[in-house]
Each structure stands twice: as C-alpha cells, then as structure tokens.
Ligand binder design. Structure first.
Ligand code: AP5
Length: 239
C-alpha cells in the first residue's frame, strides 16, 4: 500500500496513534508544507490549519475577509498581520485544537505573527512542540508549483509528475475537479519567494533561539520526507 492509500485508510478506519502535537510547518512556497501537513493530520488525528486555504476559501465565497484578502493573494503578497492573526486566534480557540493539538501550515509568516501566536498559546495555556523547516532549492520549488494541482473543495494537493491523482484532473478524496492555483503563475511565484525571504525566513533564527526548530530536507520523495517527520515526532511523544 503506498503512502497516499495508507493515509486514506488511516483517515477512514485506523485508530489514531496519539495526538496532542502542536506543530508549525515552515518553508518557502511549494516546499511541501500542505502535502506533509495533510498526511500528518491523518496519521496523528491532529487538525491542520492552513491560513492559505482559509483565505482562498474566503476569497471564493466573497466574504468580508475574502474581499480584504483577494488582491494580496492574487499578487503573491502577504495579507496584513492583523487580518491573519484574527482568524488564527479564532481557529485555535476551537475545542478540537485544545483537545488534539494542531498543525499550523503557513502561519506564522512574520515575526509579529509569531509574537501574536506566542500570546494566543499562552492565553490557552498551550506550548509549541516543534517548528519544522523544509529545506529546498528554488529551481525545485518552481517545478513543484508549476505542476501542482489542488482540490478547492477538500484541499488535497497533487502533482502532475510527483503525486498523480488516480484519475487525471479529479480529486482522489472527494471527486471534485482539480485546479491550478491562480498564484502559481511565474510572476506571482517570484513575488512569493521574495516575500518569503524578506518576511518569513527570519523566523528560522527566531525559533532556533527558542530551541524549537527542526530541519528536514524537502527534496526527497513525499514518503522520505514523511519518514523524516515521523522520526522527529517519535522523539517528542505526547503522553
Ligand atoms: P499558502 O497557501 O500558505 O502558500 P505557500 O506558503 O506559498 O505554500 P504553498 O501552498 O504554495 O506550498 P506548500 O509548501 O504547501 O507545498 P505543497 O505541499 O502544496 O499562501 C498563499 C497566500 O496566502 C500567500 O501568498 C499570502 O498572500 C496568503 N497567506 C497565507 N498565510 C498567510 C499568513 N500567515 N500571513 C499573511 N498572508 C498569508 O507542495 C507543492 C507541490 O509539490 C504539490 O504539487 C505537491 O504534490 C508536490 N510535492 C510536495 N512534496 C513533494 C515531494 N517531497 N516530492 C515531490 N513533489 C512534492
């Protein structure tokens, strides 16, 4: 059984191994945060919170949040901190995060966001277990983003070469039509990389100094990266 089938089975039938991890997945666009986040979420029964998914959903539904966020997403620029902080605060206050932990995918993205997260977690009497950084070269990232296909409904992520859906153009999990994200165009990708280098990369030192940072090579297969993550988490078992 391959990893994707195994993940699906875990989602549907298997007992969760254990839960309670509070994790941040950090890395440039296309590094594999969403892919590994969705697998870990199924493996450990922990909710994955992707600020990108929440914002894209809001844009698609033309909610007040979506109207505010649209031009930032379209141009590959970070949405203002106060907008994103509010939605993460609301999500982390929900009972599943307190009971099962959480996997943050794409948050925090700036030092002020990290400071806000610290305050939210302290209010909730929770502490982070690990911040996992995915290391990958820019050429590999571009290849990943240009071939990515995403499900706008259940948020599963596929790739035209590296992670094919069983039926072309159709989501394995929910049967929805897969899309190529609007911000995966060449020009927008360049802006997203620049935003990452300027605003997000400083978080590596921030979390290193808190002794929370773990790096995984992002250039192995999806299964290899998952094994590396499992190795990190196996040393951090929550009782
Ligand atoms: P967001 O949705 O967070 O995008 P991102 O950080 O640019 O990350 P991606 O989703 O592009 O990549 P990923 O690392 O998840 O890679 P994936 O697993 O899909 O943010 C989008 C926008 O929202 C931002 O630009 C900003 O405007 C706004 N935003 C979001 N959060 C914000 C915040 N906190 N503050 C302010 N603004 C915010 O993988 C990519 C592809 O590679 C897939 O096709 C996958 O199948 C494939 N793949 C994955 N792993 C492997 C592997 N090991 N081998 C081969 N292929 C692989």
């Amino acid at each position: 059984m391959n990893l994707k089938e195994e993940t699906q089975t875990q989602l549907e039938t298997k007992e969760k191994k254990y839960s309670g991890f509070k994790l941040i997945l950090l890395g440039p666009p296309g590094a594999g945060k969403g892919t590994q986040g969705q697998t870990l979420s199924a493996q450990y029964g922990i909710p994955k919170i992707s600020t990108g998914d929440i914002l894209r959903e809001a844009v698609a539904n033309q909610t007040p949040l979506g109207v505010k966020a649209k031009s930032f997403l379209d141009n590959g620029i970070l949405v203002p901190d106060e907008v994103v902080n509010g939605l993460v605060r609301e999500r982390l206050n929900q009972s599943d995060c307190r009971e099962k932990g959480f996997i943050l995918d794409g948050f925090p993205r700036t030092i002020p966001q990290a400071e806000t997260l610290k305050r939210i977690l302290s209010e909730l009497n929770l502490a982070l277990d690990a911040v996992i950084s995915f290391e990958l070269k820019e050429a590999d990232l571009v290849r990943r983003l240009s071939g990515r296909r995403s499900c706008p409904n259940c948020k599963m992520v596929f790739h035209l070469v590296f992670n094919l859906p069983q039926k072309p153009g159709v989501c394995d999990r929910c049967g929805n039509t897969l899309i190529h994200r609007d911000d995966d165009k060449e020009e927008t990708i360049k802006t997203r990389f620049k935003e990452y280098q300027e605003k997000t990369a400083p978080l590596l030192n921030y979390y290193q100094s808190l002794e929370l940072l773990y790096s995984v090579p992002g250039n192995g297969t999806i299964e290899d990266v998952n094994k590396a993550l499992e190795g990190i988490l196996s040393n951090k078992k929550i009782e």
